[in-house]
Design a protein. Structure first.
Length: 139
């Protein structure tokens, strides 16, 4: 399947979200996602569309400088952590979930997925309503 099709799908989800046709709720990630990993998930949202559940989240994990270098080289290796300082990375993720909340398919992380996460974060935070109320006050 082409990358263009995936990018088009993410853009459609972003558009549906932006115009309020797709609603997201803040949720707790499934244990199937969180167990057996050192990653944390500070932001996690779910939505349902066309009878399928979508998960949108921020994965936060450590990467050693060696992993960062190897990732840039697109070589997949299992690395043993070294004594070097590790770096925290935050990765926006969009996933199609199965009935148990496990990731059935994860879309590639991209600028569009990051934009979607920021849009959902903004819409679910209530910041727009807060700003409206704040700007209405006379003080």
């Amino acid at each position: 399947m082409s990358d263009d099709k995936f990018q088009e799908a993410v853009l459609k989800i972003l558009k549906l979200t932006h115009f309020g046709d797709l609603s997201w709720t803040k949720a707790t990630p499934s244990k199937k996602l969180t167990e057996g990993t050192d990653s944390t998930f500070p932001l996690y949202f779910e939505a349902e569309y066309l009878g399928r559940k979508l998960g949108l989240f921020q994965e936060r994990r450590r990467r050693t400088p060696t992993e960062v270098y190897i990732a840039k080289q697109t070589v997949a290796l299992t690395l043993v952590p070294t004594d070097v300082e590790s770096k925290w990375v935050e990765i926006p993720r969009l996933a199609l979930l199965d009935d148990d909340g496990a990731v059935a398919y994860s879309f590639a992380s991209s600028r569009e997925v990051r934009d979607l996460l920021e849009t959902v974060r903004y819409r679910t935070s209530g910041v727009d309503q807060f700003l409206d109320e704040l700007l209405k006050t006379e003080n």
